[in-house]
Design a protein around this ligand. Structure first.
Ligand SMILES: Cc1ncc(COP(=O)(O)O)c(C=O)c1O
Length: 390
């Protein structure tokens, strides 16, 4: 009988060792010994499959990969040292000079920088589109297109891309669809079920959920892993360390519960912010007036914990508001138990061209709030008192 999500996240994919521990063991080892030189040779020839070197595979990291693949319904999952190393690998393991990459313009700063500044150095042609416009995707994707990339919702303006429709366009040209699912989380959205080929996560965010570790995950078919990713991963070494994987295995046990409470808190905070006279506008996927409401309801099962909003006034007032917060801390991380807030225009999105910032609505009045797991009335009180002081 299929179990409920919270039960699955605790029990599924849990492989005990012979001593039958309740909490999984941590294998802090870089290498593994071979009983003979002959066996070592067979392993290096890939005729015997066993642990060889922790840059390739480690039992604790493999536990995380297998559990996550099972929970999300992916054939393959590989763990990375950060979300950005997973994003970078998703391109570099497959593109070559002369290929085209098409991406939504609304992206986290580092994703945007890889696409805009790093890929072209290797002769890859890059085209940015308005991710909301199917017409623009249709126009930009052609037979030279190796892959397409978007976040949904995007960081920080929470734009939504129609995963199934864009995948349909991309697949006409055999282009691979890479979705950065960080802001949605795998609890609220599973892009592979909507036609994406590759999903990437920064485990640094909701998956860790307590702001302790850096990591990334890349989900794909086994074929993609074997044919494209494996060689790149093993030789360039963007591997997650065993200790991080061990922490994340524990975090997964509370992931659905945490996301449920994150969403509840975000709904309460959004309700407060949308009524406040000093707020010009809020962007929140759970908002009844979000322009992409129907699409959100189609592909997400909850609003997430991110709210972006514009303070009336300008940079000075916005900075003053941030300074007057007490529980909510200024930090560029997100998905933590703590509520965290940032001013994207001067931090995470500073290097984005002014034209793109204008297009995306990243201006001096915009702040991005990651709602934590504090009591939501305390979060509201904190916002209220900081707003009163401006
Ligand atoms: C949408 C998105 N993708 C990727 C990343 C990168 O993750 P990491 O910091 O783990 O490299 C972030 C980090 O904020 C992000 O918000």
């Amino acid at each position: 009988m299929k179990k409920k999500k919270q039960t699955e996240f605790i029990h599924n994919g849990y492989k005990r060792s012979s001593i039958q521990e309740t909490s999984l063991p941590l294998y802090l080892t870089s290498g593994y010994v071979y009983p003979s030189a002959e066996e070592a040779e067979l392993v290096f020839d890939e005729k015997i499959h066993r642990y060889q070197y922790s840059r390739f595979d480690n039992p604790t990291v493999n536990q995380l990969e297998k559990k996550f693949a099972l929970l999300e319904g992916a054939e393959s999952c590989k763990a990375f040292s950060s979300g950005m190393s997973a994003v970078f690998a998703s391109f570099m393991c497959q593109v070559k000079k002369g290929d085209r990459v098409v991406a939504a313009r609304a992206l986290f700063g580092s994703c945007y920088n890889i696409i805009k500044d790093i890929l072209p150095k290797y002769g890859v042609e890059v085209i940015f589109v308005d991710g909301k416009s199917l017409k623009q995707w249709e126009k930009a994707i052609n037979k030279k297109t190796k892959c397409i990339f978007f976040e949904s919702p995007s960081n920080p303006t929470l734009e939504i891309v129609d995963i199934a429709s864009v995948a349909r366009i991309a697949h006409k040209y055999n282009a691979k669809v890479i979705v950065d699912n960080v802001l949605a989380s795998s609890i609220l959205q599973t892009p592979l079920h909507y036609g994406a080929d590759i999903t990437v996560y920064s485990t640094t965010k909701h998956i860790d959920g307590h702001g302790r570790t850096l990591g990334g995950l890349l989900l794909s078919t086994q074929k993609f892993y074997e044919e494209k990713l494996k060689f790149f991963y093993r030789n360039t070494g963007p591997t997650m360390d065993a200790f991080t994987a061990w922490i994340l295995l524990k975090s997964l046990e509370t992931y659905p519960l945490r996301m449920e409470q994150h969403c509840k808190n975000a709904n309460r905070v959004a309700f407060f912010l949308e009524q406040h006279p000093k707020i010009q506008k809020i962007i929140f996927p759970g908002h009844a007036n979000h322009p992409q409401r129907t699409l959100i309801q189609k592909q997400m099962s909850g609003p997430g914990n991110m709210i972006s909003f514009y303070i009336k006034g300008g940079k000075n007032k916005t900075f003053k508001f941030l300074k007057n917060l007490s529980i909510i801390k200024i930090s560029n991380n997100l998905g933590d138990t703590r509520s965290l807030i940032i001013h994207p225009a001067t931090t995470t999105h500073k290097k984005i061209t002014s034209k793109d910032k204008n297009f995306l609505g990243i201006n001096d009045n915009l702040v991005r709030l990651s709602i934590g797991l504090e009591d939501n009335e305390d979060i509201v009180d904190d916002l209220n008192s900081a707003l009163k002081k401006i």
